[in-house]
Design a protein around this ligand. Structure first.
Ligand code: ADP
Length: 500
């Protein structure tokens, strides 16, 4: 009976010691830093926090204040919870956790009393790590929330501040909180002595993703020749939680097929499932397959002409659960894309690619037979053209100084339309020049439903009519370096011959 009571989460007083069973303690936390991958230098900062526990005396003797709170900032799924557990695991201390959304109750006072109970437990079981997930749920700047919830939240936040101050600098209870929005936290929370240490955890890069995959592969039967790099480069933008999921999905598929080893292909397929949902095995008429193939092939064939868009990873016309027709995956130059350094030309190229399906529809089916298969990509093109004009990148510089001028709207649209027409003609021209390539790609797509990078580029080599791209600065430098090397080796050889 008593056991049942405890399970239901109700509080039970132990008769003898008059102390509650710790409610927020997570037992059996056995996470080590080796379970968290792809962190690079961030790991050093966390190792220091472990030292606050293990070498606390040393810090105290030298009068160094140990931070009371550490804020882990970053998008969901990058491993913030995992890291907090690893800190507790490495230091060998107790781990208490709560999600801040649990603090936020309708009844005034409940949140505050939970905070008090949490810290009481942590203190009774010190040394310990207190982990507060989604701190922003309660730590929003006071006064930002209007209405009935606000008062309760303020009371909870005040209690949290009081509790944090209670441990200031002594290093027996360290609070680690996670948030995706450090910018909206109440200034009182991030004051010195409270959450004064911020650690930013970004999404993992290529190497990071590879390491995370490897960590999760440790307990699975992986094929010896598994190409982690290929999987990592296909999962651009994914976080640790998604990568962990990919390994799980792949393992389930392997079991389903009655195999005993996970292959690169398993992981690649799982990555697609994670990204875009399960394959939808519905049937299409052969005419529909062909139409979708033309749509996708057109984008790929046009894109391969442009320096920033030519890295095509694969194309497919397999439908996924949902409404998607097909898919061309282009690998963008990471730095240029993320840091907003795309040039005007690459934006124009993007618009041209988005208009390619419309151009292909016209070329292959004729103006009278146009469908609406390209509606979505044309929409993309339209909004990109408007951004280009508003951003001041078009020839006429609308929007540079008069962003909100209502009477300019017509001008802006006229200019956007001019750009769209220009790009449309370019797409059409490229497609006309590459009719054979288009037919080959469409044929293969209808047959095989998807083409890998290699298959696609073999066709481009054989049938494509692609204008050579102007060499980039890097390529120019490389050519120069090679020339220099050749000259030096020639010189070496003649001196060697002369001296012999
Ligand atoms: P967050 O708290 O940032 O939302 P979690 O720590 O809850 O993310 O991550 C969820 C799961 O994703 C973890 O349990 C782990 O399996 C996996 N994961 C996330 N990041 C990593 C990483 N850097 N290394 C290894 N596994 C990770």
């Amino acid at each position: 009976m008593a056991k049942q009571f405890m399970k239901s989460g109700a509080r039970v007083r132990r008769a003898s010691s008059n102390r509650r069973m710790p409610e927020y303690l997570e037992r059996g936390v056995d996470v080590k830093f080796t379970d968290v991958a792809g962190l690079g230098k961030i790991r050093l900062e966390l190792e220091e926090i472990v030292k606050f526990f293990t070498h606390g005396e040393m810090y105290r003797r030298r009068g160094v204040k140990i931070p009371g709170g550490i804020l882990l900032c970053g998008p969901p799924g990058v491993g913030k919870t995992l890291l907090a557990k690893a800190v507790a695991g490495e230091a060998g201390v107790n781990f208490f956790s709560i999600s801040a959304s649990q603090f936020v109750e309708i009844y005034v006072g409940v949140g505050a009393s939970r905070v008090r109970a949490l810290y009481q437990e942590a203190r009774d079981n010190a040394p310990s790590v207190v982990f507060i997930d989604e701190l922003d749920a309660v730590g929003r700047e006071r006064g930002l929330i209007k209405g009935s919830g606000g008062q309760e939240r303020d009371a909870t936040l005040n209690q949290l501040l009081v509790s944090l101050d209670g441990f200031e600098g002594r290093g027996e209870v360290i609070t680690i909180a996670s948030t995706n929005r450090p910018d909206i936290l109440d200034p009182a929370l991030v004051r010195p002595g409270r959450f004064d240490r911020k650690i930013f955890i970004p999404k993992p890069g290529l190497i990071g993703r590879m390491e995370i995959l490897q960590v999760h592969a440790r307990k699975k039967p992986m094929a010896e020749d598994l190409d982690y790099m290929a999987v990592a480069s296909m999962t651009d933008g994914m976080v640790g939680a998604e990568l962990a999921n990919i390994v799980e999905i792949a393992a389930i598929n392997m079991m389903r097929d009655g195999r005993t080893e996970l292959t690169t292909d398993d992981l690649l397929q799982a990555a697609q499932i994670e990204e875009r949902g399960m394959l939808d095995r519905k049937d299409r008429s052969s005419e529909t397959w062909r139409q979708v193939a033309i749509n996708e092939a057109a984008m790929a064939v046009v894109a391969v002409n442009f320096p920033d868009l030519k890295n095509i990873e694969f194309l497919t016309i397999n439908p996924r659960a949902g409404r998607e027709l097909g898919y061309v995956r282009v690998k963008m130059d990471h730095i240029k894309f993320k840091e907003g350094m795309l040039s005007r030309q690459s934006l124009l190229d993007h618009i041209t690619v988005q208009l390619a399906p419309r151009a292909a529809d016209e070329l292959w089916y004729g103006e009278d037979q146009l469908s609406t298969i390209w509606a979505e990509t044309s929409d993309n093109a339209r909004s990109a053209a408007r951004s280009l004009v508003l951003g001041g990148l078009s020839a006429k510089h609308h929007g540079l100084n008069n962003f909100w001028m209502a009477d300019r709207i017509n001008d802006i649209d006229v200019e956007a339309l001019r750009i769209l027409n220009m790009c449309y003609d370019r797409a059409k021209e490229i497609l006309q020049k590459n009719r054979t390539l288009m037919d080959e790609v469409v044929e293969k797509l209808v047959q095989k439903k998807s083409l890998s990078k290699q298959e696609f580029f073999t066709l481009v080599e054989l049938y494509g009519s692609i204008k050579p791209m102007p060499p980039s600065i890097l390529e120019l430098r490389k050519i120069k370096r090679l020339q220099l090397q050749e000259a030096v080796t020639k010189l070496d050889m003649t001196t060697a011959r002369n001296s012999s």
